[in-house]
Structure formats: C-alpha cells, structure tokens
Design a protein around this ligand. Sequence first.
Ligand code: PFF
Length: 463
Amino acid sequence: MANGPVFDNSKSEATHKGPLGRGNWATHIGFILAATGSAIGLGNIWKFPYITGEYGGGAFVLVYLVCVVIVGLPLMMAELIIGRRAQQNPVGAFQKLHREGSPWQLVGWLGVASGFVILSYYSVVAGWALAYIFKAIAGFQGTAEAIQGEFGELVGSPGQSILYHTIFMAMCIGIVIGGIKRGIERWSKILMPALFAILIGLATYGLVYTEGGGKALAFLFKPDFSKLGAEGVLSALGHAFFTLSLGMGAMITYGSYMKRDSKLVRDAIAVSFLDTVVALVAGIAIFSMVFHFGMEPGQSVGLIFKTLPVLFEQTGPLVSVPFFVLLTFAAVTSGISLLEVVVSYFVDRRGWSRITATLVLGIAIYLLGIFSAVSAWSVPFSGKGFFDLFDDFSTNYMLPIGGLLTCLFIAWVMKDKDRADEFGSRGALYMGLKFFLRYITPVAVLAVILHGLELLPFMEYGN
Ligand code: PFF
C-alpha cells in the first residue's frame, strides 16, 4: 500500500528537515490527550454553559449533540485524514494532496490566519481565568455587586489585562518551543488528567453537596423548545465547530504528527466524545451551584466571571480555586494547539527553526492580543471593540468557511485512494462518511455562514 509521501516534495522541503524530521507523538494516549486538550477549552467551560443558559437548556443541548454527530464528527475525521495522509502543516497538506501551488492551499492559509487571530483574543480570556485563580486564593468577599464589579475592573484595567495576557502567552510559547513530544505531548499528559480529576471533583460537589443537582440535570437534559428557535439551532452548530477545534487546521496539524498505525476513526470518535462529555459535566457542576443559590441560568458572558464568584463567596476557596485552575488548564492545552498551527507552517514550509518560529509568531500574536486586552480601544468607524470583532469574525466566518472548504476538498477533490487508505476500509461506514461529507455536512455549515451574513431565507433579521 502506498502509505508513504504522496508526491515528491523534496523541492519545497529542501531547506528544512522534511516529514521525517517534524516529530511525531511518542504515544497513542499522548495524541488523544493533546487532541482532546485542543478541543476542551474555554469553549467547553466558559462558552457552552452560558449559551446553553441563553437558549433555555435541554433543547439546545439536544440540538448541539446532533450537530456534533452530523457536522463535528465527520469533519474531525476529515481533518485527521488530511493531516495524517499529508504529514504536513495545513498549507502544505492541501498542496501535497492536490498539487504544488494548488489554490486549495488558501484553505490552509485561512487556517493559519484563524489560529493567529483566535489565539490573540483567546489569550485575553485565558488571562482573566488566570487572574481569577489569584482572586479565588485571596477569597471573594463583600456584596454581590462588589464581587461582580471586580470583573469590570479587571477588564477595564489595561495594565492588569495585559499582564495576565502576557503570562498566558509566555506559557503557550514555553510549551510549544519544546516541540511535539517534549512540549505539547508532555504537558497534555500532565494537564489533562489534572483537568479530568478537578472536573469530576466539582461535578460530584455539585451533585452531592448542593441542592441544585437535580435541577441542573433537568435543565440540561429535559428539552424545552420554547426558547430555542432557529437562532439557537445555528448557534449550536457554530459552537460545535469552535469546541471541537475544527475549521482552521488544528486537527490537520495534530493529525500530521500521528503515526500510521493508530485507528483514526476510533480516535476521532474518542476526541469528540470526551469533548462533549466534558462540556456536559462542566454544565452539571456550574448549574448545580447556580440553582443551589437560586440564581438565573441565562447570565450570558458573565456567568463564569460574575455569577460564579458570588456563589464562591459561600463555597470558599476549596471550590473556587480548583474551578479557575480547571479553566486555565483547559485554555492552555487549547492555546498551544492554536499556536502550533501557525508555527508548523513556518517550520515545515519556510525552514524556520522551531525556536525562532515559536518566539517570533508567539510575540506577534501577543502584540495583536494587546488590542483585545485594552477594552477601551475600538475598531475605527465600527464602534466595536477589537475583542468582539476578532471573536465574531473568526467564529462566525473564518472557522465555518474553513470547515466548509475542507469538507468540499476531502469529499470532492481528494483522491479516493488517499482517503480510504487513511480511513482504513471501504465498507459501509466509509461510504456513510463520504455521503455525509458530500451532502449533509456542507449544507449544514453553509447555513451557519449564511446566517452569520444575515442571508438565510427563512430567518427574520431585524434591520
Ligand atoms: N476548542 C477550543 C475551545 O473549545 O475552547 C477552542 C479552539 C482551539 C478552537 C483550537 C480552534 C482551535 F483550533
């Protein structure tokens, strides 16, 4: 079986180490932990609970689960297939699997650009999580208004926001410089088990020691479709992308360091499953406390940084410190995957050393992030802050467009042999995946994009 490089890329790789020098995951579990680490992040613990709260709970969760299965899982397999087949960064991968200079490389470029933009503001939120570890250690005290007001103070203080953004980016740079085995894999093996242990502890606390457990379960698992609407359905779909790290080549990049002997389909299922379970368990932990203290679940963006600290005043640091440590660990293992996408391009295709690439790009992303950290700065003529603009543009446009094009590439352009070899069979399951990637997934993703542009025919857009 021609499992080796698909074409001779000696020309483009002459100046650097080539596929064999790129590094691989040392162990299978190392890959699983790194990929789940990328998927599990602020999206699971910060975003998922608050959008679930906004769209009324169970019905949103149900639709989200369907989206993970029909869009997330096929795309996760698609990205891993592309990455492992090509053994290249996203830009190189599309060229290698199509042809040198192919226009499909633009999809890879879009991914590199998305990694750059997303990490710049992701690091700012991660910095808040880091800052809250220290606040939790000191203890949340005072009236509910005073505790909630602390968040506004942090966000409104450029000095503090930039300080924590700096620390977070330094951590990501430090890990990625270490390379695949000794940086990303080693740290994922430390941080992910710690994350699982903390999460289980917090969910147990929520279910056993608070009175809100039953209500939280009912809220998350009893569908009430009245608050969902088409808007909720599309948000669920968009979130499935973000939470599984899809649409920007992160899984192409991580897949490119996979050895050929692991079962890719099984791995894609494991990563998607773990990511979903963690979001649900985080939801149980958070909503148990919210209901126990009689608070409202639909608290939007402030759920984690404003509502929870008020509750933490009662529970004390034994609950609050692990919570923000959990959030920070989750953000670190996602941040490093965002940085790795950008770094891998400069290492693979430009011949930069890993150290130079990580430092130069890490610092460039850090500088861009300062625009998001200073909340008072807004984009000229738009009236919008940089943070909102970057978040909105990347999650609503860049990731879905990247995902749609990746889907079209693998379904209609990539050679059947390349695809089937990586999938491992041509049986019914493979035919099913092909069908989804050809007809179902792209249509669903297109709906998200059109909705972002307010162009979906059956929706009413107010203006
Ligand atoms: N999946 C991450 C989260 O849920 O927070 C965010 C993310 C990481 C998105 C890496 C995209 C990516 F490539």
